[in-house]
Design a protein around this ligand. Sequence first.
Ligand code: UDP
Length: 255
Amino acid sequence: MTLSPQPAPSAHAAFKRVLVKLSGEALMGDREYGVDPGRIESIAREIVEVHQSGAEVALVIGAGNIVRGMQAAEGGMDRATADYAGMLATLLNSLTVQDALERHGAQTRVLSAITVAEVAEPYIRRRAIRHLEKGRIVIFAAGTGNPFFTTDTAAALRALEIGAEAILMAKNNVEGVYDGDPNVDPNARFLPELTHLEAIERGLKVMDTTALSLCMDNHLPIHVFALADGNIRRVVAGERVGTIISTPRDPGANR
Ligand code: UDP
């Protein structure tokens, strides 16, 4: 474990606390499977920079680079068992990212929704918040701990639980949300802003609907942008990058 000074809050961060969702694909780079060490290195460097700018940072990490429950179930595996395998795979990715963050001098904790006492703390909400307040980067592993969910839903749930101001979704090879798949349809239009409901109704492939509706009901904005060098830092600094999904509050409502 690396002991390093806590980051001094500075004027550079527009957010006090954010949750960054990294898909398994984002860790894979151009590979077919597993993790790309160069990619992990650049992500870790940037996250540590963001943290040093004064923002509290929590991460939820997917596992599409190793196991996706639904795909394994299509191949004949029992769905719930496949999902548990997927959740355990997020733990492998979490330890890999933890190691890279600590090599860059950050203090970190992995909190797992499935008990793996030898390698990570159990997820306890108040403990997660305390770690963030103490200047540690918190990595939430094992998704929600329940099969039939995704790490997008885990990101929405944990972001709400810790009072994050936004979810930052760094995507592989897409600049944000489009009204079609830009890798397939050359006429797909980039959408700089939309509401959660529009994303759900138009079936835009940004996050699964469980996660989107949780964010919509709780007015949690989602910033979707390409995982290109410096983008996480730009978003946290308040720059306009990619797509913002938000639902304005009803001015007549109490909250
Ligand atoms: N998973 C699950 N419950 C959760 C989170 C994840 O069962 O709360 C399983 C599910 O099988 C999923 C896999 O873990 O396919 C990996 O997560 P995900 O597909 O969300 O990873 P990503 O697409 O972000 O890489």
